[in-house]
Structure formats: C-alpha cells, structure tokens
Design a protein around this ligand. Structure first.
Ligand code: ZN
Length: 219
C-alpha cells in the first residue's frame, strides 16, 4: 500500500502544512546548517490491519490510501489518536479533518483580504499626499478626464507655451508656465506609480495608470 503523489499533494495542500489537531506546522524551515525537517505524518483514519486503529472490514482495500481516508497530524497527535482509538473514532477524525481544512481556507482568505486592504489603504494614502502637494495639477487632470469625449485619453505632454507642439489631439497638455516645478511634480507621480514615462522624440510624454484615473475620478 502506498499513497500516491497526487493524494499527498491534496493532503498537504488542503491541510495548510499543519496538524489537524494542534495546528502546529509540520515542515520546519531549513536552517543555515540543516535541511528542512518533516514532523508530520500522513495518518490513516481507518487502518488496513485487522488489529489496527479504527479497522473497518467494510472499507474497500483501494480506499485505504485515498484522500478521504487520510488525515495529516504531527507525530505526537498521530500516536495519541492511534493509542486512543476508542475516543478518536473514524467519525471524529473525519470531522476534525473537515473543520481543519475549512479553517485553513478561511485563514488564507482572511490573510489575502487583509493584504489587499493594506495595499489599497497605502495607495489611497499616497494619492491624498499627492493631492495635497499639487492640488492645481490634480484638479486640472480630473477636469480634463471628465470633459466630454476625453474618457479614453490616457497620455499627456508637459511642455512650454513657447514651443510649437504639433500633436495635441487625443492628449492632455500641461504647461510649465502654469504649474510651478511641473517636471518635479510629474516625477513624484511617476515614483508613486501613478504615471508612466513614455517620452519619445525629446518631448516629455507620460501615461496615466487606470488606478490613478480611478482615484482622480472618485476624489
Ligand atoms: Zn499535532
């Protein structure tokens, strides 16, 4: 009898690398001197041996090593549930496993949610900072975007009024004369990832990101 690699992957994956009973981690990370250490066991809920824990002659032999008949436990809890199989019945272990896999899924979901929330909050904080340091430029960008027919425009030039600019259709234009230290302000926007430098032919050209546009339009 052997557990195939697909079943093992399912078991370790759905268990989140943790004991279903005490929830301790079952693979210790490598250290500078040592390899990782595996302290987990792939345990049978129903033993295939007639004198083994929770033996049930009705369980088909090909289901012994299948995912539903396995539970991941640490060495200590493996010994405990096998030594005390009257208390730790097959039903008890199945329920324990189901609750544990639900706990793993919920914990991971919560972790992802909190991470996303943190990212959103820091982007919003960056936008507020930018808005207070260059209110006129931000207001002009918002006005440009909300003008009829401009909703698909994404790129802008920064130029001097003294230069002749041929292409102005489908672009926004901001002038050095109207915004003090315009280049510096645009660099700040670029550093925050709100605009991307797409300069070509020596004319400073930038592209607004969708995220920045959303922030501008809802500000
Ligand atoms: Zn344990």
């Amino acid at each position: 009898m052997t557990i195939n690699s697909r079943t093992r992957k399912l078991l370790w994956g759905y268990s989140g690398n943790r004991c279903a009973y005490c929830k301790r981690e079952l693979i210790m990370d490598t250290t500078t001197q040592d390899d990782e250490s595996v302290v987990g066991d792939e345990c049978h809920i129903v033993s295939d041996k007639s004198n083994g824990p929770r033996y049930n002659p009705e369980l088909p032999i090909d289901e012994i090593d299948s995912y539903p008949n396995l539970i991941l436990l640490c060495r200590i809890d493996h010994k405990m549930v096998d030594d005390q199989s009257e208390k730790f019945t097959a039903d008890f272990l199945r329920r324990l496993k189901a609750e544990h896999t639900r706990w793993v899924a919920e914990t991971l979901e919560l972790a992802t949610f909190l991470k996303n929330l943190h990212v959103t909050k820091s982007i919003e904080a960056a936008f507020l900072k930018v808005k207070s340091s260059m209110p006129e430029l931000i207001a002009e960008m918002k006005k440009d975007l909300t003008k009829e027919g401009n909703d698909l425009i994404r790129e802008f030039f920064i130029v001097s009024k003294r230069w002749t600019l041929n292409v102005v259709d489908h672009y926004f234009v901001y002038y050095f004369e109207e915004h003090e230290n315009l280049q510096g302000k645009v660099h700040v926007l670029e550093n925050y990832g709100f605009v991307i430098d797409v300069t070509s032919k020596n004319v400073n050209k930038y592209r607004l990101t969708e995220e920045f546009i959303d922030l501008l339009l809802t500000s």
